[in-house]
Design a protein around this ligand. Structure first.
Ligand code: COA
Length: 175
């Protein structure tokens, strides 16, 4: 699926397949490289996550893995979420992995993948099932990246080497 983005990029998003050659992909985080090579396809086949491969001019320049999620209501800051919400969790979509190939960083590909994940959450909640919050467990180095797109720190402890962030998508429309 070819998608033109607001920042001028035109990227192809395709779900990972058995025959995809992912050997050229290398981002700055070895865990993420390892996930793509070892687990992404397997987890998709097991219905545990889906992974979108992102290509620019035929080059594999990024990937983004999405899963259904929920977030504890008490992790959301006052002012976000729904006034008077009575339940313990909000329905959510998690950006489980997101990475740009290192030699293609700072060209807007991470932004485009975030826009795409947001559009998926909006489509879900418009047409398929409730989805109010976008979540991500960020690596320390990428917290500011997510914060610059409106993600906030969740009211909870750090989980392992990642930091939970969320974004309330109420009122957000797809571009
Ligand atoms: C974080 C990451 C996805 C950013 O991807 P990218 O394609 O370089 O992002 P963009 O080019 O769209 O950058 C958008 C903006 O965020 C800024 N930015 C990028 N990486 C950043 C970071 N780590 N911290 C703070 N700001 C960052 C850019 O400077 C840019 O700002 P500008 O528009 O003012 O120039 C990429 O660096 C990466 O894959 N890192 C390793 C894996 C990782 O940490 N993934 C996320 C955690 S799960």
């Amino acid at each position: 699926m070819r998608i033109p983005f607001e920042n001028g990029l035109v990227l192809d998003f395709d779900l990972i397949k058995e025959w995809d050659d992912i050997s050229s992909f290398n981002c700055r985080d070895e865990d993420l490289n390892d996930f793509l090579r070892t687990d992404a396809l397997k987890n998709q086949q097991s219905r545990l996550s889906i992974t979108w491969l992102v290509r620019w001019n035929g080059n594999l320049v990024g990937f983004c893995t999405l899963i259904n999620d929920s977030i504890k209501t008490r992790w959301i800051n006052p002012g976000d979420g729904e006034h008077g919400y009575r339940y313990l969790h909000y329905p959510a979509l998690k950006i489980a992995r997101l990475a740009t190939r290192q030699d293609f960083e700072r060209r807007g590909i991470g932004t485009a993948m975030l826009d795409y994940a947001t559009a998926v959450a909006i489509k879900l909640s418009d047409e398929i099932s409730g989805c109010r919050i976008l979540t991500v467990d960020s690596k320390n180095d990428s917290i500011e990246f997510y914060q610059s797109f409106g993600f906030k720190l969740a009211n909870t402890e750090t989980i392992g080497d990642t930091v939970p962030l969320y974004k309330d998508i109420y009122g957000t429309r797809a571009e």
